[in-house]
Design a protein around this ligand. Structure first.
Ligand code: B12
Ligand code: SF4
Length: 462
């Protein structure tokens, strides 16, 4: 049995990253083993580089690392260089090792991989101290052979999980949006998505199953979160709009005044305008719509199951209720050309999204898209480091030209004048945000302390 657990979130902040949200994955794992271990520590490398000293001081008997982004492979190697100086069992989990366990275990410094949702698997592994009988683990046996234990069934009832162990956060960490110094927190109300877009990682990770927590369980957690701005990281928060309405009703009834940003599908908004109106009242201020493409043929090709009418309607409804729409488009699939980037720009203008993001199609290893393009010999590289929305697919456009066009269009769209217009249109929302911000500041000044999960929680950090 392991007793002293060190968990590492190895995501150093890179230039241009404006938000530093808390990562919930490790906090979920920690909350689920607190009753069976002596001590747990989480190092969040968004704020701390002190891995060696932490290991020396804390003396863990197990190290757990998260791996979310394929492109961060070098960072993972750097961490392993440090951790492997000590003779400590090292286990890795997250979206990348789940989908590519053999690639990940080819590094001898990693003893085991936990595939899929970690809570139950990690708990059993920590209890048993060895992987042999634990479902959902891949490991190397004494002869060095990689063994994949059978998959673990998904957690049936998400309400049965304890809330993420936010009380383990180091008080010196400042989770915030850089420019505005607004404290933020993260929340996860559901897991997975039942669509099967061929470029999507979460779809593969959760095997097209969507599960949700109950509205009561979610709102009780929100009540305990001091931050006023909450990012809801669900892949598809709006998968069940009846549930969304219930959450809004509860938030309104309880008089909870916070702001939320979500990721959603356009059809959920276009089919439920009354619920969108309620969302706005409950504090839902921003939505990221994965619009992907203005071309219905391209949307069908990647199995997005989305139509242009819904997209247009969703934006109109969001604007009617003063919900800010950020958009994500993808370009660079097999038959796409320079003209497709221009089309996206024109389309974004026409439908009037508030923020335009265009990403080169990135077929992450393990997705169907990756297999398709690799088999057709259309990948420029298979180097994981480059799977960071840099150009990895061979299209008629050169990567340099592609990047130039993409950046120019995005800059042109998100111009200063556009921001001024946005500010004017969303002035009521902006005032609401400002009020929230001021409340945080005055709260910080008073240095009040809140009770949080039975522990003293420094109001300053909220
Ligand atoms: C939140 C988030 C972010 C946050 C960062 C994370 C944070 N601080 O919270 C921010 C906004 C910064 C971010 C940025 C980016 N992101 Co992002 N992000 C996500 C998102 C939506 C949710 C992750 C999450 O919190 N999940 C909730 C937790 C509870 O689940 P989990 O992470 O899977 O953890 C569970 C298990 O995996 C396991 N587990 C995890 N770690 C460990 C460790 C151990 C030891 C064990 C045992 C188990 C275990 O147990 C956990 C509990 O069940 C995912 C989508 C997704 N569904 O994963 C994309 C995702 C990870 N992001 C992605 C991408 C591409 C990006 C960006 C490149 C986007 C961009 N254009 O800039 C950047 C990259 C940042 C960088 N510079 O490298 C991709 C990654 C694809 C890939 N293979 O690389 C994803 C999968 C979305 C997608 N497009 O498909 N992201
Ligand atoms: S709808 Fe969104 S989350 Fe769901 S599979 Fe498609 S891209 Fe992924």
């Amino acid at each position: 049995m392991f007793k002293r657990i060190l968990l590492i979130y190895p995501h150093k902040v890179k230039p241009g990253e404006v938000i530093r949200p808390p990562y919930l994955g490790l906090e979920y794992l920690a909350a689920n083993i607190e009753d069976i271990v002596n001590d747990i520590k989480i190092v969040d490398m968004q704020f701390s580089n002190n891995v060696i000293n932490t290991i020396k001081k804390f003396q863990p008997d197990l190290i757990g690392i998260s791996w979310l982004f394929t492109s961060r492979i070098n960072e993972i190697k750097e961490i392993l260089k440090l951790t492997s100086q000590f003779d400590i069992y090292t286990i890795i989990g997250g979206i990348v090792p789940t989908i590519c366990p053999d690639d990940v275990l080819s590094d001898n410094r990693i003893n085991a991989v936990i595939r899929g949702e970690g809570e139950e698997t990690f708990r059993q592994f920590v209890k048993e101290g060895k992987p042999n009988n634990v479902l959902g683990i891949s490991f190397r046996d004494e002869e060095g052979k990689i063994i994949h234990n059978l998959d673990r069934p998904r957690i049936k009832n998400l309400d049965s999980l304890p809330y993420p162990a936010r009380h383990l956060r180091d008080k010196r960490y400042k989770y915030k949006i850089f420019y505005w110094n607004v404290a933020v927190d993260s929340l996860l109300t559901s897991r997975g998505c039942y669509f099967k877009c061929d470029f999507c990682y979460p779809a593969k990770f959760y095997r097209n199953i969507w599960r949700s927590r109950s509205p009561e369980n979610i709102v009780n957690e929100i009540k305990k979160i001091p931050a006023k701005l909450i990012f809801i990281w669900d892949d598809n928060f709006t998968a069940d709009m009846v549930r969304v309405e219930e959450i809004c009703d509860l938030l309104i009834k309880e008089g909870i005044s916070k702001l939320y940003a979500i990721q959603a599908r356009a059809d959920a908004f276009s089919n439920h305008p009354q619920i969108v109106s309620k969302m706005s009242k409950a504090g839902f201020a921003g939505v990221l719509l994965g619009i992907e493409s203005p071309s219905i043929a391209q949307l069908d090709k990647c199995h997005k199951h989305q139509n242009i009418k819904d997209v247009k309607e969703a934006i109109k409804i969001s604007h009617k209720h003063k919900i800010i729409v950020s958009s994500s488009f993808m370009v660079g699939d097999l038959n796409e050309t320079e003209e497709d980037i221009t089309k996206i720009y024109r389309f974004a203008k026409e439908i009037n999204v508030d923020f335009l993001n265009i990403f080169p199609l990135t077929p992450f290893p393990g997705t169907d898209k990756y297999e398709e393009l690799k088999n057709k010999g259309l990948l420029i590289t298979t180097d994981w480091q480059r799977f960071f929305y840099t150009h990895v697919v061979r299209t008629p456009i050169t990567p340099e030209r592609f990047e130039l066009l993409r950046t120019n269009y995005v800059k042109q769209y998100n111009s200063l004048l556009h921001h001024v217009k946005l500010f004017w249109f969303f002035r009521s929302r902006a005032i609401q945000m400002l009020k929230t911000l001021l409340r945080i500041k005055s709260h910080a000044k008073k240095r009040t302390y809140r009770k949080y999960n039975g522990l003293k929680y420094d109001g300053k950090q909220s």
